[in-house]
Design a protein. Structure first.
Length: 299
């Protein structure tokens, strides 16, 4: 059984590049794999490995400047969720492209999962899903507004174009683990919105704590590892990943026109060029050969 830890924390790192080598070494020592993003504004990522390994990495991160209060969400998997460990230096740990946004200054009001249903059921509350369109497509909360953005960086433009819809409304926002809402709520506060709320711990915490029979969530939640999706109780969902477009698909989609393993799915078959498809086929061929040799490769 593999322990999976999803984490983020905003803190000011003076030399984020110096944090990378110790993290890589520690994860290698404890057979922990996944992805961590490090920037001057903090750390974000998902890792998986043996219990002792996850404990060691979490302890190391909590010892970093300003990270004592680090919170993380755990789940489990029976197969390795990641094939390798990556620690990447970034300008932002979640890319919004708004230099004036500062979650360390102020964010919206946190709402515990147990109180979320009552909030989003109110007539004076507008509920906004801050995730990308392909994530929203497989699951969201009842009545949530989908901005239909392809990347988080598109959210400010969407808000500017739609803000008049929310006059005299309280705004409740949510995302997978909570990190996007740290920035999106700070952004709305900077735009003069007074009543801004966000789901503490994100969808993952809600699915973990709220019983399915009392849930306002419909569908599955996309996750950025080889499980692809999870449902209530954080049980692994039915979805697969199209390695052509990185969108989630269902097993029955593999029988539809446009599907080719590792190359395309019905959603993206018309979006990529013949040259792209040839490149994807070669990648798939190399993965198949590696698997036959007993190697592992996770893209």
């Amino acid at each position: 059984m593999y322990t999976i830890a999803a984490l983020y924390h905003f803190s000011r790192f003076d030399a984020p590049d110096a944090l990378r080598p110790p993290l890589i070494a520690l994860c290698a020592q404890h057979d922990v794999k996944g992805t961590l993003l490090v920037a001057a504004e903090g750390i974000n990522g998902t890792i998986a490995g043996p219990r002792a390994g996850i404990d060691a990495v979490i302890a190391h991160i909590r010892a970093l400047p300003g990270c004592t209060d680090l919170e993380w969400k755990e789940s489990t998997a029976t197969t390795p969720p990641f094939g390798k460990m990556k620690v990447r230096l970034k300008r932002e740990i979640v890319t919004m492209g708004q230099p004036d946004v500062d979650p360390l200054a102020k964010v919206g009001h946190y709402v515990d999962p147990a109180d979320w249903n009552d909030l989003i059921g109110r007539d004076d509350v507008a509920v906004i899903d801050t995730r990308n369109d392909y994530e929203v497509a497989i699951g969201t909360f009842d009545g949530a507004i989908d901005p239909e953005t392809q990347s988080f960086g598109e959210f400010p433009a969407w808000w500017e174009a739609n803000k008049d819809r929310f006059h005299n409304k309280k705004i409740a926002m949510f995302c997978t683990g909570g990190i996007r809402c740290e920035k999106s709520t700070n952004y709305l506060i900077g735009q003069g919105v007074e009543d801004v709320f966000h789901l503490k711990g994100g969808i993952l915490k809600y699915l973990e704590e709220v019983p399915e029979e009392h849930s306002s969530w419909k569908g599955d939640c996309f996750v950025f590892d080889n499980r692809v999706s999870v449902g209530h109780g954080l049980k692994e969902g039915p979805h697969m990943l199209c390695h052509g477009c990185r969108r989630p698909i269902l097993p029955e989609d593999t029988a539809k026109p446009g599907y080719e393993a590792g190359v395309s799915c019905p959603q993206c078959v018309d979006e990529t060029s013949d040259a792209d498809k040839a490149r994807f086929r070669e990648r798939q061929r190399q993965m198949t050969l590696a698997k036959a040799r007993g190697e592992t490769h996770r893209s």
